[in-house]
Design a protein around this ligand. Structure first.
Ligand code: NAD
Length: 325
């Protein structure tokens, strides 16, 4: 099957490309290598598989309609896994326009060109942050009209826009609301890589919320299997949480990293607007529809990440002070 993966040079996209190539699919990767974080990291992410015979890389911005049309025209794309986005809650409050352009207009371009090219299956990466201040555990049918920042607002807009492509053009659409995935090539701006770099290289770790704030960390391998299940068997229109249903306090992940690295982490205090205190998924729908069954503990996820991290080149492991913001 020929599958377009947008955001192929990012954290989840690069892991997904590797996963799909191992399953012998043809992958059309699209990414503009933007500077939300160091583009060298993105070059590094794709370096593992960019020469694979079944992989084609397009350095294309999904808001560039001429360039994006060419990608559809030159290929025979049966499914799109749309991961390209400006992610990150705090940055979206500072720079809402880039989020609106990439996450809403870019999503529309993909769906519009998709239906004009007989696309059969569209999988969209949404986020737990659409739930805003709802009570945990979050269920898919909850009201998500009150997100706390432009980033989740653009994701909610993408979900709703894609619904209209489903009702008007019969496009099969599955929305996955991701909850803090952990795995190789994690974005440098996320908590686990920052904690590991702080432990290994003595950087300060900035605590933006209390150590009792909690996240529903999710193993990326389980997410890949769920995406693959929908690639094999599309739904008409479904929204599904992909979390772990087991929120972990920041204090626990901090202690886990100290245990795994054998080093202490220096903490300083900071503040970030738009953050949720806790995220936790009700995953009964994904269990039922795609056989999703997460079973990996936080310690196992941290150990696995660290095992991968220590094998990477020194420039990547050490990173830069600016990656710790
Ligand atoms: N990592 C998480 O914790 C998390 C949680 C919930 C949802 N998500 C969603 O999952 C997806 C992947 O997230 P990630 O953590 O891998 O982020 P990432 O920033 O590592 O990857 C996103 C990629 O998309 C590319 N991109 C952004 N705008 C683009 C555009 N206009 N044209 C082409 N490429 C563009 C970026 O260059 C980047 O490589 C995103 O849609 C994100 O919103 C991530």
């Amino acid at each position: 099957m020929q599958i377009m993966v947008t955001g192929c040079a990012g954290f989840i996209g690069s892991d997904l490309c590797e996963y799909l190539l191992a399953k012998k699919h043809e992958v059309i990767g699209v990414d503009n290598f933007n500077d939300y974080y160091d583009p060298n990291v993105k070059e590094f992410n794709v370096s593992e598989y960019k020469n694979n015979q079944r992989f084609k890389l397009y350095r294309v911005d999904i808001t560039d309609r001429v360039a994006l049309w060419k990608v559809f025209d030159e290929n025979n794309i049966e499914a799109v896994v749309h991961l390209a986005a400006w992610a990150g809650v705090t940055e979206s409050i500072k720079r809402p326009k880039v989020y609106v352009d990439s996450n809403i207009a870019g999503t529309n371009n993909l769906a519009e060109f998709g239906i004009q090219n007989s696309l059969k299956n569209f999988i969209f990466a949404s986020t737990s942050s659409v739930y805003g201040n709802n009570q945990v555990p979050y269920k898919e049918e909850m009201n998500t009209d009150y997100p706390l920042a432009p980033y989740p607002a653009t994701k909610k807009a993408g979900e709703v826009l894609l619904y209209t492509y489903h009702v008007n053009f019969d496009l099969n659409v599955t929305i996955f609301r991701f909850f803090n995935p952990l795995g190789p090539r994690l974005r440098p701006d996320l908590a686990l890589p920052k904690l590991v770099r702080a432990a290994e290289y003595g950087y300060n770790f900035t605590l933006y919320q209390g150590t009792d704030s909690a996240r529903d960390y999710t193993c990326i391998d389980d997410m890949m299997d769920a995406i693959h299940a929908v690639l094999k068997k599309p739904f008409g229109y479904e929204v599904m949480n992909l979390g772990n249903s087991d929120p972990v306090k920041l204090q626990e992940i901090l202690e886990s990293v100290e245990r795994v690295t054998g080093k202490r982490i220096k903490i300083v205090k900071g503040y970030r607007p738009g953050q949720m205190q806790i995220t936790a998924a009700d995953i009964s729908k994904a269990r039922k529809l795609v056989g999703y069954n997460p079973a990996v503990t936080l310690d196992q996820m941290v150990e696995k990440y660290f095992e991968w991290f220590i094998k990477q080149p020194e420039w990547y492991k050490k990173g830069e002070e600016s990656w710790m913001k």
